[in-house]
Design a protein around this ligand. Structure first.
Ligand code: FAD
Length: 453
């Protein structure tokens, strides 16, 4: 039985950010994750937009935390080396009904404290995005929306927690939680963890954790989002995040570049019962292709590199389900914006726990880490002659599509939070993520994972 100041359940972007912040505050933290890796839930499969929160519900916690998180992600980008690209978003109206809603969208963004959204005529829309399909009537420019790298952000924050003293427990599903006099006793297959504060950041499993802890504030309904990833050759078609006019239930289907240099089309929004159903379906792809044909017909002429689906942790509430009571912090229902808001959520949790009586002494000089770069807008190791001269492994390309070197794979395997499977290695290096999807490098990557030369 180990005593922690706080046990954080769930090592997605949100739980990892909270664990990192609490650890830097000097708390003894356990970060408990059911899967064999960090960031292997919803945080690995989303649209990777760096949201400003312009379109959130005014007055909601989500609106405040996404806006704050947007700033914090940029402020800490240099420290961690994660890429942030302020490409801007273009919200496009395709019929008169949508045009009539644009003023209200600009008003809403102002109510959220975002003042840089501006109305655009059809001519301005086409000048900004020349490959847009015919029929766009008007738009709204949101210059501060952008792109982020969800894989690196989550891994960076989990690693930051570990390097500063947190205990990361992988393959550790929480099965039972007991309230004890001075906190909680958490049963897992590998033993009992005791803590003064319990933080529920379990994403799709957060309502089950909530009930295990004796509460019943909400129910998760997984809302699946399927996406198509287009080849990097399509990247020059798209300059901004191209958004539709949102509806009450979804932000809608967008076309967006990624920091990795691809173009995304998606997501769908389908309410499911199965919390594990990340299948891509023929109906889902048809739906996306229908939208893609209208938004940017030329995009459909390019090769598809991959398809995937992620599950939003939707609830019956429109806002985040956040509460602090009885030594328990509920950080749930973080549906569509959690990568953008994760640092603000962590800041909120730290502040609330300090106010609720968690007394700690912040680490005066936290150890810092710098993440390998996976983005296309800055140099990668294969292009760095000095680096290769010092260590030829960075010039030995294993994954030719994504230009991933043996040196990067070696570094990932030797890192503080190493991958345990090909999916984890892909998220740390981009090996296997390119247009051949591992046909060329799969055997060599598998050998490296198995420790064979
Ligand atoms: C299609 C789609 C598009 C999106 N687009 C964006 C976007 O563009 N920008 C943005 O900012 N956000 C976006 N999001 C939202 C974002 O991905 C999520 O808000 C964020 O990943 C939530 O992080 P999390 O840490 O709460 O959840 P997760 O990443 O799911 O982490 C929760 C973790 O808890 C673990 N867990 C669950 N139960 C237990 C248990 N009993 N014991 C131990 N561990 C447990 C899980 O294994 C999981 O790893 C999108 C989401 C989807 C699905």
């Amino acid at each position: 039985m180990t005593a922690y100041d706080a046990a954080v359940i769930g090592a997605g972007a949100v739980g990892s950010a909270i664990a990192s912040a609490l650890t830097r505050q000097g708390a003894r933290v356990a970060l408990i994750e059911a899967r064999g890796d960090v960031g292997a839930g919803t945080s690995k499969a989303n649209t990777a937009i760096w949201h400003t929160g312009f379109d959130a519900k005014p007055g909601s916690l989500e609106a405040r935390l996404v806006a704050r998180g947007h700033r914090l992600l940029e402020e800490r980008a240099e420290e961690f080396g994660w890429p942030i690209q302020r490409v801007g978003a273009l919200l496009v109206a395709w019929d008169e009904e949508q045009v009539a809603r644009l003023d209200a969208i600009i008003e809403q963004s102002r109510a959220n404290g975002y003042t840089r959204a501006r109305a655009m005529s059809a001519d301005e829309v086409y000048a900004a995005e020349p490959c847009l399909g015919p029929g766009a009537l008007a738009g709204v420019g949101i210059p501060d929306e952008g792109l982020l790298d969800p894989w690196t952000i989550t891994l960076a924050l989990a690693t930051d927690a570990v390097v500063n003293g947190a205990t990361l427990l992988l393959d550790t599903p929480v099965s039972r939680i007991d309230r004890v006099a001075d906190g909680y006793s958490i049963e897992t297959p590998s033993g009992v963890v005791s803590c003064a504060w319990l933080v529920n950041a379990a994403g799709l499993g957060s309502d089950l954790v909530d009930r295990a802890a004796g509460h019943s504030g909400f129910t998760i309904t997984p809302r699946r989002g399927q996406l198509i990833v287009y080849d990097k050759a399509a990247r020059d078609l798209v300059r901004h995040v191209i958004l539709p006019v949102p509806t009450a239930t979804t932000k809608g289907v967008l076309v967006s570049p990624t920091v990795y240099g691809n173009v995304l089309l998606g997501p769908t929004a389908e309410d499911l019962e199965d919390r594990t159903d990340t299948r891509v379906t023929p109906e889902g792809l048809d739906f996306l292709l229908g939208h893609g044909r209208r938004i940017m017909p030329e995009l459909l002429d390019f090769e598809v590199t991959a398809t995937y689906a992620g599950l939003r942790a939707a609830t019956e509430h429109s806002d985040y389900c956040y509460a602090v009571f009885e030594r328990y912090v509920r950080v749930a229902g973080i549906r569509s914006t959690g990568i953008s808001s994760c640092l603000a959520l962590a800041e909120q949790v730290c502040g609330d726990l300090a106010e609720a009586g968690l007394v700690t002494t912040p680490i005066s000089t936290p150890r810092t880490i710098r993440m390998p770069n996976l983005a296309e807008d800055r140099p990668r190791p294969y292009a760095d002659a000095d680096l290769i001269a010092g260590d030829p492994a960075y010039g030995d390309l294993v994954c030719l599509c994504e230009r991933v070197s043996a040196g990067e794979i070696r570094d990932a395997l030797a890192s503080l939070v190493p991958p345990r499977d090909t999916d984890g290695l892909r998220r740390r290096t981009r090996a296997l993520a390119g247009r051949c999807q591992g046909f060329h490098c799969g055997a060599r990557v598998a050998a490296a994972l198995a420790g064979r030369p």
